[in-house]
Design a protein around this ligand. Structure first.
Ligand code: GAR
Length: 204
C-alpha cells in the first residue's frame, strides 16, 4: 500500500473525485491521502477537510522555488512519503516543479491536463482547442517529466467539440472525463499494473 499526496491550487474537483473514490474503497493500493495546497485560500482545501476529513497542508510560496520545494519535500517526508514509494498527483496545481524535484520523484508524479497531449499544452487548453477549430479534444493523464505538460502518457479520453461550444461548455464536458480517467490511472499505478519503457506506458 502506498500513500498519495494531491497537490492543488484551486477548486479541486479532480481532488474531490479522487478522495471520493478512495472513500468508497475504489482506490485499491492507496493507503493514506494528504492534500497539499500552495494557496491559502484554495477552495479545494475546505472540501478536503469538511467533506472528507482529509489531512491538509498549506505550503506558502517562500522566497524562492527552491525554498518552496524544500518545504514540500520536508512535508512529504514527514508524512511518510519515501522517494520510491508514494505518489504525487497534480490536480490543478499551478506551479511548475523544478527538474531537481521531478527527478527526485521520477515516475512518481502524475498530472492531468484538459487536452489530448501533446496538443494544447499550458494554460487555457480548452480555449486553445476552440481557437484551433479541432472537432475532437479530450484529456490526458501522464507521468511528469521536466517539460511542461509532458511525460509518458498513461491514459487519454476523447471528447467531441460541438459547433455550439463555448470554453465553459467544452471545459465541463472534458472535466467529467478527467474525473474518470484520473481515478483509473491512479488505480493502475498504485497496483503496479503499468510498465514504463522510454516514453511509452503499457498496461500489464
Ligand atoms: C483541470 O481541468 C485540469 O485538467 C487542469 O486544471 C483544472 C483543475 O481543475 N490542469 C491543467 O491545465 C494542467 N496544465 P480542478 O481544480 O477542478 O481539478
Amino acid at each position: 500500500m502506498i500513500n498519495l499526496a494531491i497537490l492543488i491550487s484551486g477548486r479541486g474537483s479532480n481532488m474531490k473525485s479522487i478522495l471520493q473514490a478512495h472513500k468508497s474503497g475504489e482506490l485499491e493500493g492507496i493507503n493514506e491521502i494528504i492534500v497539499v495546497s500552495n494557496k491559502v485560500d484554495a477552495p479545494g482545501l475546505e472540501v478536503a477537510k469538511k467533506e472528507f476529513g482529509a489531512n491538509t497542508i498549506i505550503i506558502r510560496p517562500g522566497e524562492s522555488k527552491q525554498e518552496f520545494e524544500n518545504n514540500l519535500i520536508h512535508e512529504l517526508q514527514y508524512n511518510n512519503f519515501l522517494k520510491n514509494d508514494g505518489l504525487i498527483c497534480l490536480a490543478g496545481f499551478m506551479r511548475i516543479l523544478s527538474p531537481e524535484f521531478v527527478n527526485l520523484y521520477k515516475n512518481r508524479i502524475v498530472n492531468i491536463h484538459p487536452s489530448l497531449l501533446p496538443s494544447f499544452k499550458g494554460l487555457n487548453a480548452q480555449k486553445q482547442a476552440l481557437l484551433a477549430g479541432v472537432k475532437v479534444t479530450g484529456c490526458t493523464v501522464h507521468l511528469v517529466d521536466v517539460g511542461i505538460d509532458s511525460g509518458p502518457i498513461i491514459l487519454q479520453k476523447c471528447v467531441p467539440v460541438f459547433d455550439t461550444d463555448t470554453e465553459v461548455t467544452l471545459s465541463q464536458r472534458i472535466l467529467i472525463e478527467e474525473h474518470k480517467i484520473y481515478v483509473k490511472a491512479l488505480k493502475l499505478l498504485a497496483t503496479n499494473k503499468l510498465v514504463i519503457k522510454e516514453n511509452r506506458v503499457f498496461q500489464i
